[in-house]
Ligand binder design. Structure first.
Ligand SMILES: *Cc1c(COP(=O)(O)O)cnc(C)c1O
Length: 377
């Protein structure tokens, strides 16, 4: 089946009791058992919930995976994945991952005996160079936030296979609509469903998808044992959202492409970072491993004053953290998402104080362009 057909139907069967077309919200903590040891496969809400199972199946199919395991947030899903390793193990990670991932690894899990190497994975030789005897995992994020650099996933997966390492890809920015790391040979996909998958800025959630039975068993066990499960209502909201993922992503992509072109051609921005632009250093790779370029743009406006003026005067864009919703958001990475990164390190990667990040929504692009023109005018 095609992506849109799967998005609407996968994992969803009419309710057994009423025939309800939409999977109900099974808002229950426990289930009646017929007699001792005899039940319908549902014992306790943390362990089994049908709304959650429908969501897990649906997203697994969209990611071309067999198994989906849902969590209460993207970071809870990331934390669960660290249970694939133990004290004394080493993990290689992209040096420009989501800030919360960096905080979890470096400021929390390091104290539990895990060791991390942060490397620029857009150059695959850096992964090979960082491999040690105790390396177990390679954690990748592509494109990165906010510089939108890409990592060659097929190449990275080959290195991992050769060295017996598991590869994890945070696919939040592309969503399963534009990129499927499992089909490129990676072992595990991770999403903050908070972003594009839910897409309406009203849920915090996460999911892990894999084809590997052993990994599935372990993460499923952890999901129940640690208990960071999403609520039935949140699962239902995300399940409703995946039905429109394809049409939303098309519009995000179309709007971002037009806005990126406008920003660079109008001369309003000094530098525009968008994988869909020919000027992007990884444009060719983007065309190969992604089916679209997504809805995220970063642009350097050359001076802090100009950046501040834009942030202050926009009316359609909302100044806020997060991304991937239907409404356009604007943010200042240096003081918001990346404030904890030392200024010197920020500037080295191009993340200046005049850099603005746009999460381009699905509004009329003419209004988005006019909003930026008016704000700077
Ligand atoms: C938001 C985000 C996360 C964390 O997800 P939460 O749902 O906020 O816990 C992880 N990775 C990326 C790329 C994100 O954008």
């Amino acid at each position: 089946m095609g992506f849109s057909t799967d998005a609407v139907h996968a994992g969803q069967i009419p309710d057994a009791v009423t025939g309800a077309v939409i999977t109900p919200i099974y808002q229950t903590s426990t289930y009646a058992q017929e007699e001792l040891g005899k039940h319908k496969g549902y014992e306790y809400g943390r362990t089994h919930n049908l709304t959650r199972q429908a969501l897990e199946k649906n997203i697994a199919v969209l990611e071309k995976g067999k198994y989906g395991i849902a969590f209460a947030s993207g970071l809870a899903a990331t934390q669960a994945l660290l249970s694939l390793v133990k004290a004394g193990d080493h993990i290689i990670a992209s040096n420009n991952v989501y800030g919360g991932t960096y905080r979890l690894f470096e400021l929390i899990m390091k104290d539990y005996g895990l060791d991390f190497s942060w490397v620029d994975t857009s150059d695959l030789s850096n992964i090979e160079k960082a491999i040690r005897e105790n390396t177990k995992l390679v954690f990748l994020e592509t494109p990165t936030n906010p510089m939108l650099n890409l990592t060659n996933l097929k190449g990275a997966a080959e290195i991992c296979k050769k060295n017996n390492l598991n590869s994890i890809v945070d696919n939040t920015f592309m969503s399963p609509y534009f990129q499927n790391p499992l089909t490129l040979g990676c072992d595990i996909v991770l999403h903050s469903t908070t972003k594009y998958i839910n897409g309406h800025s009203d849920v915090i959630g996460g999911i892990v998808v894999t084809n590997d039975e052993k990994i599935h068993e372990r993460i499923r066990y952890i999901q129940n044992a640690i208990g960071a499960v999403p609520s039935p209502f949140d699962c239902w909201l995300v399940l409703r959202s995946t039905k429109t993922l394809a049409v939303r992503m098309e519009k995000h992509n179309q709007n971002a492409t037009e806005l990126a072109r406008f920003l660079s051609e109008s001369g309003l921005a000094e530098k525009v970072y968008y994988p869909g632009l020919k000027s992007h250093p990884h444009h060719e790779l983007a065309k190969k491993q992604m089916r679209g370029f997504g809805g995220m743009i970063s642009a350097d406006f050359g001076s802090v004053e100009k950046a501040k003026k834009l942030l202050k005067n926009v009316k359609v864009f909302t100044l806020a953290e997060s991304l991937g919703g239907v409404e356009s958001l604007i943010s200042h990475p240096a003081s918001m998402t990346h404030a904890s990164v030392p200024k010197e390190d920020r500037e080295k990667m191009g993340l200046t104080d005049s850099l603005i990040r746009f999460s381009v929504g699905i509004e009329d692009v003419e209004d988005l362009i006019a909003d930026i023109e008016n704000a700077l005018g």
